[in-house]
Design a protein around this ligand. Structure first.
Ligand code: SAH
Length: 231
């Protein structure tokens, strides 16, 4: 463990271990309700667009977007998650080596689902770029705070000029719980993206559950959704 690693900070192996031990409380057995509610803002009257899901896990969002004709590109470090995605959703797939990055590509036979098994920080705009949509749930809030700036720089390089990027963030007392998901404020989001993007808050909802009260000791847990678009 490095000297400056804080409580709540993870290294990649911690995530891989969570998948092996099936400690995946973040995984929902249905498409995320905020995505369903705000998909129209991402689409902006377009159909069959190319959407990035960073740190995608085996989210049902992948299949839900794919079923609507979109091309879905995900990046996930735990190979188990990608195998489970294809098996559980009965999508036929193949696995390829990727020359430009250290990692593998899991892709559906029709090529419209492409899930890269690699560290997101090793992903580059040589592999895939010009995304028209991004759905960021459990991604920017999952990484360590010290990695946020390089995440924003990389993410910005992947956005097409017409991209509509939906970002989900959480507002809670970080002294009570250290994450992940980490606390991410509106001011943090502005600091990370405002040089190159416009930022608008679309939604906020009280997402405090008995579980979060008891297990994380929280008395507030707001889920917020932001729309980020290149200037
Ligand atoms: N977006 C998904 C998963 C959220 S949990 C959902 O909504 O269900 C965060 C996921 O990111 C985990 O599956 C973890 O294995 C993966 N992950 C964490 N750090 C990563 C990194 N640096 N590169 C790629 N994947 C990463």
């Amino acid at each position: 463990m490095s000297g400056d690693r804080k409580r709540g900070d993870y290294v990649l192996q911690d995530w891989v271990d969570r998948w092996t031990q099936q400690q995946i409380g973040f995984h929902k057995g249905r498409p995320n309700e905020m995505l369903v509610k705000h998909l129209d803002k991402m689409l902006n009257d377009r159909s069959e667009i190319k959407i990035l899901l960073p740190l995608c896990g085996k989210a049902m969002d992948i299949k839900w977007l794919y079923d609507q004709g979109h091309t879905v590109v995900g990046v996930e470090c735990a190979e188990q998650a990608l195998q489970e995605f294809f098996q559980e959703n009965n999508v036929e797939y193949l696995v390829e080596k990727v020359d430009k990055i250290e990692g593998k590509l899991y892709k559906s036979l029709d090529g419209r689902v492409r899930l890269y098994c690699c560290d997101f920080f090793k992903f580059t705009d040589d592999v895939e770029t010009d995304f028209q949509g991004v759905y960021d749930r459990g991604a920017l809030v999952a990484i360590n705070e010290t990695d946020r700036e390089r995440y924003a720089v990389l993410m910005t390089s992947l956005l097409g000029s017409d991209c509509c990027y939906l970002l989900q963030a959480y507002d809670y007392d970080p002294l009570k719980y250290q994450g992940p998901p980490h606390y991410l404020s509106e001011m943090d989001i502005h600091k990370l993206f405002e040089a190159k993007c416009r930022i608008k808050q679309l939604d906020v909802r009280d997402a405090l559950s008995e579980n979060l009260r008891n297990e994380w000791g929280l008395d507030k847990f707001d889920e917020k959704v932001f729309l980020i678009q290149p200037k």
